[in-house]
Write a protein that binds this ligand. Sequence first.
Ligand code: NAD
Length: 350
Amino acid sequence: MKIPVGVIGLGIGKHHIEGYLSNPNCTVVAIADTDKTRLETVGNQYGITNRFLSAEALIDSDLCQVISVATPNKFHRELSIRALEKGAHVLCEKPMAMNAEEARSMIEAAQRTGKRIMINFSYRFTMPARALKKRIEAGDLGEAYYGRSLWLRRRGMPGFGGWFGNKDLAGGGPLIDLGVHRLDLALWFMGYPEVDYVAGATYAPIATEIAKREHKPYSVEDLAVGFIRFKNGASLSLEASWAGNIKENELMETRILGNKGGLVHRNIGEGYQFEAEFFSEHEGFQWDERYHEASGWAAGSPKPDTAMSHFIDAIVEGIPHEADGREGLVVMHILDALYRSAEIGQPVKL
Ligand SMILES: NC(=O)c1ccc[n+]([C@@H]2O[C@H](COP(=O)([O-])OP(=O)(O)OC[C@H]3O[C@@H](n4cnc5c(N)ncnc54)[C@H](O)[C@@H]3O)[C@@H](O)[C@H]2O)c1
């Protein structure tokens, strides 16, 4: 029997539907959105007839064994906990919640109910990222001691004037929106080392000026920078912007340096395709290796995956899923501490 899935929030939620539809072990049986037009359009596009104007009604319908929560950040906690308590496994969008305290209560709900919670750290599922992870697991990187991870936009505030720039609905700006992805990716490559302390700074000169000019609300940063020091001595620098006077419109890059090798995962041509490179030294010779997207020919080559399809496979096979809520919680602790550090102008111990 196919696992019945529900999707709440139909912006990025449309990608969730497509991710689930790529897996033959599940079927999307219900959708919810408070926007009637969006609900109808998406329902018609995918032929989904159970349509709810309230997330709570979808959850309470008991139609779904897996529920995606893809609403504005403010509602992640409340809807995820409700879904878990109704007996569904939850795939929640990033950031996991508005802050670590909320994220912790979601983990507690998952433990209490014995259900799963996964966070959509989608960049882990890009093929170049998976290829790099294989090299790390093979020991080619050695000990990771430094990382630099960034997602910078020259001008790219999602839905300017809307919920993304509203601290009460989003919890923060580009750090919690974009930085969260590059932070998770770097931590994943580095093996999620335990954090010692962080130092952060946030700025909003450009967005604040635009908001004033356009008479739109804006209450978050437009650039955040951070330094994370781990208990094993390694460190990571992080940058995220929606606005900054830089050349690139969209620049994503994660570099990790290890004692045996180094890697980079970055976007190609300022878009949403990715590439990977690996750098090493062998018997005095230096190597640059470049990932080549050629799956399908080599025996046993992995197929492209999505967080949604991975979640379903893990449930069906009864094995642990990746990007578990506990990693989402670690990320929220770091984000909280970076914002706190920016506020007080001091490093923050975790
Ligand atoms: N993983 C990724 O790459 C990625 C990409 C984009 C967005 N996101 C995350 O996904 C979430 C949604 O972002 P988005 O870009 O789709 O935003 P969006 O504003 O485009 O879409 C959100 C949708 O949720 C609906 N909605 C709002 N409150 C609701 C509620 N209480 N119940 C039901 N529906 C509700 C809105 O009507 C809207 O259609 C955010 O947490 C965001 O950070 C993740």
